[in-house]
Design a protein around this ligand. Structure first.
Ligand code: HEM
Length: 127
């Protein structure tokens, strides 16, 4: 981060997330390891992810305003998240960051932060 600028601002804010999140969900919704655990309304999943990532990157607190405290690990407990599903999810994030050409070094920083959060979301051994 540079001075007072948030990651959100540094990468181009809402415009960039508007481009990136649909790409991320295009990959999630066609990934054979991820399809079985997603409820099916990918537009709604993408919408919630938009609210969350806005806040996660230092933009407005859209997620908390609508859904309350994130409690992400708890919200993921109903879904079996194995190491291979973590890797699958991260591969979709990576492709979206790359396709939108999120500016470096922020692309790498954001991917590392999401990798750490994804690690924390695992709740099941490989099935
Ligand atoms: C590790 C791999 C992950 C898998 C397989 C996974 C899968 C899922 C699934 C199945 C849902 C429920 C459907 C939905 O409401 O969209 C969900 C919700 C959600 N996920 Fe993940 N997720 C992963 C990691 C993450 C990470 C790292 C984040 C944040 C950085 C995240 C953020 C969210 C958010 C914000 C929701 C909506 C929660 C709600 O308000 O109900 N997920 N995820």
């Amino acid at each position: 981060m540079q001075g007072d600028i948030s990651l959100y601002e540094a990468i181009g804010g809402a415009d960039t997330l508007d481009q990136m999140i649909p790409i991320m969900y295009k990959y999630i919704q066609t990934h054979p390891d991820l399809i079985p655990i997603f409820p099916g309304d990918f537009e709604e999943s993408a919408r919630k992810q938009y609210l969350f990532l806005t806040q996660f990157l230092g933009g407005p607190s859209l997620y908390t305003e609508e859904r309350g405290h994130p409690m992400l690990r708890k919200r993921h407990l109903p879904f079996e998240i194995t190491p291979s599903r973590r890797d699958a999810w991260l591969s979709c994030v990576k492709k979206a960051l790359d396709e939108v050409e999120v500016i470096e070094p922020y692309r790498t920083i954001i991917f590392k932060r999401l990798s750490m959060t994804a690690e924390h979301m695992m709740n099941s051994p490989e099935s």
